[in-house]
Design a protein around this ligand. Sequence first.
Ligand code: ADP
Length: 478
Amino acid sequence: MNHVLFVASECTPFIKTGGLADVVGSLPHALKTHEHLNVSVILPLYDEISQDWKNQMEFKTIVPVEIGWRNQTAELYCLNYEGVHYYFLANTFYYERKGVYGYYDDGERFLFFSKAVISSLDYLDFVPNILHAHDWQAGLAVAFAKIYQPIEEMKTVFTIHNMKYQGLIPLDMYEDFFSLPREHIGGMEWNGMLNCLKAGMFHADKITTVSPSYANELKNPYYSEGLHPLLNDREADFCGILNGINTDEYNPLKDPHVDVPYSYSRAKKKLNKLALQEELNLQMSEEKPLYVMVTRLVEQKGLHLIQCILEEFLQEDIQFIVLGTGEREFELYFSYLANKYPSKSAAILTFDEALSRKLYASADFFLMPSLFEPCGLSQLIALQYKTVPIVRETGGLKDTVSSYNELTGEGNGFSFTNYNAHDLLTVLHYSLRIFHDDGNWKQLCKNINKCKYDWKHSAAEYNRLYTKVLTEQGVSQN
Ligand code: ADP
């Protein structure tokens, strides 16, 4: 049996701010189908995690955690949920705060988490063969695993979910936070800062990212945020494995938030649209094409393109709804549109899982014109809810959405290549034309009905990678 320990900063159903939580929440279940694999997950115990979950957790022990000269502790809790073991590390100072990220000391908070994970390894119910860390918040766990070698033969895998977020700590904190010789700075330092993402990449035995196209893009300066030389050096140990989604969880027939459950029926899907229009005070009409976005409101999601053309597109007989939180600039823009066009546009500026499901279920089109997109789960969820994605051809969007072609009848969405607002507008107009063309629309919907983006294939790829990392370096599997 090979034991894999996932180290991550978020995980459904406990705590979620974006796609990372979906992946960490669903991949262990998919990996469980491989009999010789046992996957557990460790994450911080945030205040935000509901009391319901906390009541179900079992206290295990107090773990001593040294951060430089500070002798800290973390309380280790454990919970078995649907056959997967979850471990939580509690610390009042670092995690009893509102929300998950966005504090001046986030670097220190996740440095603490990473060190606490390594200090906890003695207290878990198993000995991990593989420590699989996700994103910058867990990058230092990989570095500490390599530097301290708490379990001599344990191998490490590091997955980059988004290269944009690297977790930077001022270099002059090195002595203060790490009781380590200066020779270790090289593996962490970048551009005069300590870089948690780089630390993970530098020390991991294998590096992955979340789609083959993003893996290629990351080798180039345009997408790599400066770290392409490291990835090019480690090319033999680096690959892209496409994310999947939990298709049981994202299922419009079983989803409790969907007003009128459906599988393939467009007629039932339209009833969801009517219910949502009523809820949001939009003009009620099942025939009006509804375009939606469910997203973090950040530049990455293509919002500068949207800002250039959406008002022009709203002059058509369409409706538009956005559900999102993020930067003020975009919140103000969407509020402005919603105020100016109240019968055809709405902006809900919160994080609301239930409402997100209603949007996926009610919409005709899902917009995702990202500047870059490591994988993107929203377009996969949209496809599950038989909603047509409109994307820019980048990263995982390129790997999962193919543009509809009237001549061949192939394609499961609409796409454009260059990061250009008028290219987006052209594609939006094209989508509208196809929507009103019965034959083509039916064909497109038929293609979408056949799409499948569950974890089966990608979980098998991770399994192969684990086997490779364990055998390649001469570790005997028991
Ligand atoms: P990212 O991880 O970059 O934010 P993804 O497309 O990979 O983007 O995943 C986003 C996930 O977060 C999806 O499950 C999406 O439905 C969800 N999400 C984003 N914003 C909101 C919101 N405001 N309310 C509810 N769910 C949201």
